[in-house]
Design a protein around this ligand. Structure first.
Ligand SMILES: Nc1ncnc2c1ncn2[C@@H]1O[C@H](COP(=O)(O)OP(=O)(O)OP(=O)(O)O)[C@@H](O)[C@H]1O
Ligand SMILES: [Mg+2]
Length: 230
């Protein structure tokens, strides 16, 4: 679904992403791990077109997208759940979900499935985003990204600052979405146990480079826990 080849990215003179290559496959969760500040968010933003890359290529279903705008990439089928959620605090839950459908025609309904995945959003449909708990906001951010039915879902640290029961719910939803087989998922995480449980494939970054990769089932044996321990 997603093929990333030899990406380099700079913030001013700082070389942040160094020759990053990887693939994300339909029906699989590809987990991206790494300590604070290694470039995980920068990589995810560059996939979405929110930061420009200097060189390298990004393909979605075999089509180059690295010159496309974020809007075009969303239309091409990428859903993005940003670190820190970025919910519209003054808009209601319903309006936030509609923002996820902004590039579809005005009559596109909010898929009922989102409320099956996250029943709390149905109960809170008229509440303001800013009045939701952190965990509820995270569920809303994921639902907003899912609303236009993406083929590739990118999540940047969805468990950050969230209570354990909601983390479990989010984990179940991610697994279920992957198992349906019509979506590739890229999940950036620092919560090792959550990452390991969900990973079909994994990548570890350090100082902007991929320093380890493999199958999720081999993470423990390959010492990934130690690699990302703080
Ligand atoms: N807009 C920016 N301008 C300049 N430098 C930036 C910018 N955003 C991030 N950086 C720097 O790029 C590096 C990578 O940051 P990034 O946010 O990608 O890391 P991260 O792995 O996502 O970290 P965290 O785990 O804390 O979220 C860091 O050194 C950071 O200070
Ligand atoms: Mg980050």
């Amino acid at each position: 679904m997603l093929t990333v080849k030899n990406i380099h990215q700079y913030y001013g003179g700082s070389h942040i992403l160094r020759d990053v290559s990887f693939e994300a496959t339909l029906g699989k969760v590809t987990v991206l791990l790494g300590r604070n500040g290694v470039g995980k968010t920068t990589l995810l933003k560059s996939l979405m077109g929110l930061v420009p890359i200097k060189s390298g290529s990004i393909e979605l279903e075999g089509r180059a997208i690295h010159k496309a705008t974020p809007y075009e990439r969303a239309r091409a089928g990428i859903g993005f759940v940003p670190q820190g959620r970025e919910i519209f605090a003054r808009l209601t839950v319903e309006e936030n979900l509609r923002m996820g459908l902004a590039y579809k025609s005005g009559s596109t309904p909010i898929p009922q499935e989102l409320f099956d995945l996250f029943p709390v959003l149905k109960q809170m449909i008229n509440r303001r985003g800013g009045d939701l708990s952190g965990g509820q906001q995270q569920q809303l951010a994921i639902a907003r990204a899912l609303a236009p039915k993406p083929k590739l879902l990118i999540l940047d640290e969805p468990t950050e600052g969230i209570q354990p029961s909601i983390i479990k719910d989010i984990g179940r939803v991610i697994r279920m979405l992957a198992d349906r087989g019509d979506m590739a998922i890229v999940l950036c995480e620092q919560y090792y146990d959550f990452a390991q449980e969900l990973a079909d494939d994994y990548l570890v970054m350090e100082r902007g480079e991929v320093i380890a990769r493999g199958l999720g089932k081999d993470m423990e044996a390959q010492g990934v826990r130690q690699l990302v321990a703080i």
